[in-house]
Design a protein around this ligand. Sequence first.
Ligand code: AMP
Ligand code: MG
Length: 435
Amino acid sequence: LSHDEELTQLHEARSYVLARVNRMPTVDVSLDDAHSLVAAAHVTAREDVPSFANSAMDGYAVRSEDTIGAPVDLVVVDFLPAGGSTTRQVKPGEAIRIMTGGPIPAGADAVVMVERTHTVGNVVAVEIPVSPRTSIREAGEDVRVGDVILTSGTVISPTLLGVLSSIGVTQITAYRKPRVGVLSTGNELVSTSWPVGTLGAGQIRNSNGLTLRALLHEAGFKAIDLGIVNDQEIALASAIRGAAEMCDAIITTGGVSVGDLDFVGRVLADLGESRSMRLAIKPAKPFAFAVVNDVPVFGLPGNPVAAVVAFELLARPALMRMAGHRNLDRPTVYGVASEKIKRHRDGKTHYVRVVATQNETGEWLVRSSGGQGAHHLRSMANSNALAVVVDGDGIDMGERVETILLNFLNPNDRPQSFEHPREWRDTSVLDPKAS
Ligand code: AMP
Ligand code: MG
């Protein structure tokens, strides 16, 4: 095998990019707007939850020692629903009827659930003995004053919002969401916005724009549609310079390869510190990165699948870092190939679109989702994971393969497309020379 070009390993490209992106400035946001943001400061509880001992059951607050030798009869002296209060104390031989969430009255040290009682008038027959603290939710059992509730880098989940609101927190300090511009480059591109035109000779629709903006949204970033720009150096430079004024990061697609009209790499070199690379991966070999006025620019390849793979492997982790995440990557599992994944030796790691499903024992099974050409976007949409097939002769059936889960969709939520035979023929495998 001869390689007439120098390939950059993915991990090197990744380190290069990650070293050149900074965390976003922080903002104080109301809990109402905090969902899915990344905390930029820790939060310590200043209240106990629950703040008072209360009943875990509907039943009777009793003195546990009174129930020794049950069944016993006790006199019901008061009623305590959730939100209620009383000055009555439970004295020997007494009980207070109490509902879930009702405050444990003085004197009582246990609750007997209503299912274990019989009530006639103001007398309750307790059928079983209860030990001290039975069915009592103690103050501070869930959260104690001084507990660290979250640290910088924690993602604010719906239930974490519940915890924060339960301790009286009203706002948190979080990293501002990155605003990420998406610029599609290419003379051949036609807008996908309404009104959608018919395609002229040689034209194609700008499918990358929508795909990338949705990927950005899905990751929790703000996406800005920067439209289409022609393969023309001055136009490209002014579009990128303009975008750097209003975005925290920019993603371009197309024009980073070695074609006669591939100007993005050159334009980025003129605009700031930049690097154009040939990555040792497939798809997504060409990739460029620059910092223009402190704004990172990710020059992704134009082929739709290559753009998605380069986004996943390089842009997304960097943007996750900007957004303050500790965890930059999608989850990875070891899958077992349920059929052979063919490939030829070419010095590159292949990212193969696969369907990953879990069997009854929790094991991940992976199989190709269809054609693996960089332009076969449908097989990307039909996949939910990328199998990382290192250089070599492929993965045999039953062999393990590292697999990146792209989302947590139930695999059955993917398009259940009918399987056209053509879709399943990977020409790059049949003909090693085809790209
Ligand atoms: P390039 O990286 O500019 O050489 O483009 C590689 C291939 O991707 C070509 O077939 C382009 O027509 C196609 N392509 C480029 N940009 C887009 C886009 N925004 N949406 C869909 N396909 C594209
Ligand atoms: Mg192009």
